[in-house]
Ligand binder design. Sequence first.
Ligand SMILES: *Cc1c(COP(=O)(O)O)cnc(C)c1O
Length: 386
Amino acid sequence: MNPLADLKNDLELRKLENLYRTRQILYSPQGVEVNCNGKKLLSFCSNDYLGLANDPRLIEANFLGMKKYGVGSGAAHLISGHSHSHHLLEQELSDFLGVERVLLFSTGYMANVGILTSLMSRNDIIFQDKLNHASLIDGGLQSRARLRRYDHLDTIMLESMLEKIENKSLIASDGVFSMDGVRAPIENLIQLSNQFNSALLIDDAHGFGVLGENGKGSIHALGLSMSKVPLYVATLGKALGTMGAFVAGSEELIETLIQRARSYIYTTAMPPSLAEATRASLKIMASENWRRLHLTDLVNRFRAGAKEFDLELVNSDTPIQPIILGNAETALRWSNTLFEKGILINAIRPPTVPEGSARLRITFSATHQIEHIDYLLGELRRLSEN
Ligand SMILES: *Cc1c(COP(=O)(O)O)cnc(C)c1O
């Protein structure tokens, strides 16, 4: 049968179920205020946590990088696409984190797929938290290893699963969960991975830049050495405000990924100018602690305000503050009403989150002001009282 034959019906069905997805067109940079189809909106849904995506210093570095290297990288890293600026960025990231080596990937999705497909194969087992990012799930599927998913944050369930196997295994978890902002039980995961001789992968896309001393991420935030987590991934498109990702780990790990990871080998390197912008961003991120302190103030203000009325918050202390609304229809209605009031927040619906847990995923940026939080709280209160 032709796979194109059913598309129309399937799309109609999605609309009926309030699961149809559409895109908002932006006519402005990321920021507190964005221009969306000509309408000015207060944005609470970017991952630009530190407010650096439109920082003039990054723009300048990007521009100078283009003057020096041109626009495109022209090839994959292993052909002729690996510029001196990519190389410097890798060194600066590994010095910053105190790890042996770092390898840049063009996206976080590709970094996760690259690690899992390079290290795992048929008959191996990958344990994953049920709320892990899709790229970890997809990397696991692509590796052909068996996937075992444990309930969100449930390390007791994970332990009982680990007890039953003798295969080569790997535990993968978001460091901060992208859809609820909750921190992973990293210390327990380290302990279990040691006890059962399993590898541990922490994907810190939402922790790097946001948590820990100078933004060094979830592992540093616990006062632990990076060497406790042999496979560490972070992305550059979120707190750092640019694009791309990196894997941090041992010399042998990085050399292995260079030899094996197909999502590294068979794809064009990120533009060198973007590596230059990221180098500038890393310096700002590490030195401007006020951005993280201000984020904490915003989160505290929001949570204190939301507790005064009946909003279902999640146990998150990060800039990701979802409001769980249950069904997709309600989440969509709230998102649309907020849009009318000049606030941009997406409704996150299944299959991105489990059935019955559709939500507004609210995120804060260091460029938000307390007044913005108060305005948001006012509109949320009105919605919750309806
Ligand atoms: C965003 C995200 C990724 C993917 O990173 P990209 O660079 O956007 O491909 C991977 N893991 C997590 C947890 C994420 O939130």
